[in-house]
Write a protein that binds this ligand. Structure first.
Ligand SMILES: [Zn+2]
Length: 473
């Protein structure tokens, strides 16, 4: 670890299948209260990642709203009956009176006009906006005006209760270690269900849509569906997702299974960044050997620090910390799997990136008995030796036992059991330690850490420490 820095790096979610956003010009009709609008020769309606965008001019000419355009700041104001909506080109933040809202798509400049998201604008002013994707019709319905003639219309044309502006947004997803992780902003209450014939798990996120970021990181078709290829997980054949409904807005994920699986749902984070994890490592009724708490088996979570684009410390000869951390964890896991009373769970078993909170959530979600994060240090070229960190008082005794065996294994100088305010050992709920095996900035330490022999010794020492602390023979 590069001191605190590498643990505190704020890194983006893993993006699969990088792809540019979709924008498609469509031959669309715009219909206001049943009458097709004459939108002019050059009018172009675009479907951008599923958000229907119309020329600003159309808003002014047909809906009678007062439209202002500031060429310099590229900002738009739309005013009607004292309500003011402010938008800016290429910005998803919008304001309605004093409230800031997030658009699913930012206004964009085209040759002779600015395109704006019609649903958002219409809904701010009480219009009901429907998009018929088959016929390519934007259907705008003005609110019913109480009239002397006994009312008009069908009576169903009430303004939509829901606007896209208050929705939670799906920003990304990943599948690894038998867990589907969905990153969102905002809040939603997932409805998760298990379905047979064929076996699958369905996750519905109500009041949620895809963010404009989503289409840049994952495959998303213009009609807002896509899939994630899953390999190396025998239980899972794939993950699909779509904007399942727009009334109310619902994003659906489906995990297609090769056999029936149980799951746990864990939600962490806050409105700015929330993570929903569907964990298929949950106890399977047919598989009592991995059932936590069953016949006194203990669950140990091993966490190989860093991964993928986060290399961790870079050694004096250019070797990556993430690789030695993983090698040691895999060796320790192989040894722990031979133990009758221990179930081992890895936060990562390959070169995958996980956020720190995901690592802690995995252990907390499982209500694991112990958590061990494996790192390698970096400092001056002279610094050398082995350290074990704890953060909570309740982890101190575990740290002492682990350190005793770890120092014997490395044979490097004993730099002691230390307090360290690291996320993964702070946010976990069970005794948790972070091991710094040696210093990759030191030539001797680096060479040693990358030997199989040292890695095997460290792995064996971890097993000794775990068993001693748990009181297992
Ligand atoms: Zn590290």
């Amino acid at each position: 670890m590069k001191k605190l820095g590498c643990m505190l790096l704020v890194l983006l979610f893993v993006w699969f299948i990088p792809q540019t956003g979709h924008a498609a010009a469509v031959n669309s009709k715009i219909v206001l209260d049943g009458k097709e609008l004459k939108a002019g020769q050059n009018t172009q309606v675009e479907n951008v990642n599923g958000t229907v965008m119309v020329p600003l001019r159309m808003i002014a000419e047909n809906l009678g709203y007062k439209v202002g355009w500031n060429q310099q700041s590229k900002t738009i104001t739309i005013e009607q009956e004292g309500k003011i909506v402010r938008l800016a080109v290429n910005q998803t933040a919008a304001s309605v009176d004093d409230k800031t809202l997030i658009l699913t798509e930012a206004p964009v400049l085209r040759t002779d006009t600015t395109l704006v998201p019609i649903r958002f604008i219409g809904e701010q002013f009480g219009l009901t906006v429907n998009w018929d994707n088959t016929a390519k019709i934007v259907d705008l319905i003005t609110p019913e005006i109480p009239a002397d003639n006994g009312g008009a219309g069908t009576g169903e044309a009430t303004p939509s209760e829901e606007t896209t502006s208050n929705l939670a947004l799906v920003n990304g997803l990943s599948f690894n270690e038998n867990r589907l992780s969905i990153a969102i902003s905002g809040n939603t209450d997932p409805a998760v269900s298990k379905i047979t014939g064929p076996n699958r798990i369905v996750i519905d996120l109500p009041n949620t849509t895809f963010s404009d970021l989503f289409g840049t990181g994952q495959l998303l078709s213009p009609d807002l569906n896509g899939s994630l290829a899953v390999t190396g997980h025998p239980d899972v054949s794939g993950v699909r997702y779509s904007l399942y409904n727009t009334s109310p807005y619902t994003v659906r994920f489906v995990i297609d299974l090769n056999s029936a699986k149980n799951y746990n749902v864990n939600i962490s984070g806050d409105d700015s960044s929330r993570l929903i994890v569907i964990d298929l490592n949950a106890a399977n009724p047919a598989d009592t050997t991995t059932q936590p708490g069953n016949s006194g088996r203990k669950q140990v979570v091993l966490d190989a620090g860093h991964g993928a684009k986060d290399s961790g410390a870079v050694g004096v000869t250019g070797k990556y910390e993430k690789n030695v951390n993983l090698a040691i964890v895999l060796k320790a896991a192989a040894l722990l799997k031979q133990e009758n009373n221990i179930d081992v769970v890895l936060t990562r078993s390959d070169d995958t990136f996980l956020e720190l909170k995901e690592r802690a959530a995995i252990a907390n979600n499982l209500q694991a008995d112990l958590f061990i994060s494996v790192h390698s240090n970096s400092g001056s070229t002279a610094a050398s030796g082995t350290e074990t960190y704890y953060q909570r008082e309740s982890s101190k005794a575990f740290a002492a036992v682990m350190h005793k065996y770890l120092v014997q294994a490395t044979g490097l100088s004993d730099r002691g059991v230390r307090y360290g305010n690291f996320h993964v050992i702070r946010e976990t709920k069970m005794p948790a330690v972070l091991l710094e095996i040696g210093y990759l900035s030191n030539k001797k330490d680096e060479a040693l850490l990358f030997t199989e022999e040292l890695q095997n010794k460290v792995a064996a020492s971890m097993v000794k420490g775990i068993k001693e602390y748990l009181g297992l023979k």
